[in-house]
Ligand binder design. Structure first.
Ligand code: NAD
Length: 353
């Protein structure tokens, strides 16, 4: 297969970790007989420095013409003045919107070799394997807003079709996994949530009778995620609830450095990135954990290119590296030697079969 992949390293540790993921993709291409063509472009703070814009037109055009986009992270203290006219995160919001990426998938699983790194009892974490699907382009973050000196409003709006498309995607995922979907809302208070629940219930009954659907209120879901995380398979929710719950769920894995994400729309193109930020505190030192970005490359192969065996090969290689104790500083414990970024990437490359 031939595929065009745009790489957006971004800021901070972004260039260090995307370089590792590209090496892994190159090795996959070689092993499985594919041709992946890579183009690198600017986004975020690096783009602001070069052009004054967080998402230059040349970057967006390249992404529109690609099969998939692999992103590092954006932002850092240099661009964090709240009064600045352009901020790095605007590049991220703009690219998600421009590419119509309305579904953010965050798989969260725990690895036996690092169970004790999470601030939650290891016995609760054994076997956790879920995907949280967050609606990404609607809701309160994109609603009308107003502000006077003493009053402010943020409107949360959802249309039936915005709910349908993301919920269908979550049902399809659940169907291909353990057949269990939990939809999270606040239907006891919010009208958007009542519409969400109505749409989800109808789609479940009409199109996915084989998937067990449950509704949870977001406040109780916040507790259940920590108290019994093993029970969940696929969770779907609106933008702001998803923003909060996915950060909470990320605690289960023991390090931000292990968790990938995929942002998908209707077509083949998707944006793949680690869930962590640009880690300016360790940027440029070559010690960042590249596994989340390498695992994001696996999601890219699965969801944009339909290469399941190749995706699974990467995931197994990362898992095997963890079993072998190949840990970067964020997951190494006292007395263990921590690998640097390059050594961790080598550990994965050596196990890619
Ligand atoms: P962060 O995720 O960058 O860092 C939080 C902590 O985790 C830091 O101590 C960092 O060193 C560590 N960490 C993160 N990724 C790591 C990795 N791969 N390996 C080892 N350690 C890792 O969050 P933050 O400090 O709140 O934000 C820093 C910058 O990143 C900010 O400008 C923020 O806006 C931006 N950010 C960007 C994204 C994105 O691009 N999607 C997401 C979150 C934050």
């Amino acid at each position: 297969m031939q595929a065009d992949i745009v790489v957006l390293p971004g800021d901070g540790i972004g260039p260090e970790i995307t370089a590792c993921a590209v090496r892994v993709l190159q090795q996959i291409a070689q092993k499985f007989g594919h041709e992946f063509r890579f183009q690198t472009h600017l986004i975020g703070g690096a783009a602001i420095d070069a052009s004054g814009e967080a998402l230059p037109a040349v970057t967006l055009d390249a992404c529109r013409g690609a099969d998939a986009v692999l992103l590092g992270a954006v932002g850092g203290p240099k661009w964090s003045d709240p009064k600045a006219p352009v901020r790095p995160e605007q590049g991220l919001l703009a690219i998600r919107q421009a590419l119509g990426l309305y579904a953010n998938l965050r798989p969260v699983s725990t690895h036996p070799a690092v169970l004790d790194r999470a601030p939650i009892k290891a016995e609760l974490l054994q076997g956790v394997d879920m995907i949280v699907v967050r609606e990404l382009t609607g809701g309160i973050y994109f609603g009308k807003r107003s502000r006077t000196a003493d009053h402010a409003t943020d409107e949360c709006a959802y249309s039936r079709s915005e709910i349908e498309r993301v919920v269908r995607r979550a049902f399809r995922l659940a169907q291909a996994r353990r057949g269990y979907l939990v939809s999270v809302d606040k239907a006891n208070v919010l009208d958007t949530s009542r519409l969400w629940r109505e749409v989800t219930t109808r789609i479940g009954a009409e199109e996915f009778p084989d998937v067990r659907l449950e509704h949870q209120l977001v406040d109780s879901m916040a507790m259940h995620l920590i108290a019994r995380p093993r029970e969940y398979d696929v969770i779907v929710t609106e933008n702001m609830f998803g923003d909060i719950l996915t950060d909470e769920a990320s605690l289960l894995a023991g390090s931000l450095g292990l968790l990938p994400s995929a942002s998908l729309g209707e077509g083949r193109i998707g944006l793949y990135e680690p869930i962590h930020g640009s880690a300016p505190d360790i940027a440029g030192r070559g010690i960042a954990n590249p596994y989340a970005t390498i695992l994001s490359a696996a999601l890219l192969l699965r969801h944009s290119l339909g290469l399941e065996a190749e995706a699974a090969a990467i995931e197994k290689a990362v898992s095997d590296a963890l079993y072998a104790g190949c840990f970067t500083g964020d997951i190494a414990v006292k007395g263990q030697t921590a690998l640097n970024t390059e050594q961790a990437a080598e550990a994965v490359l050596a196990r890619l079969v």
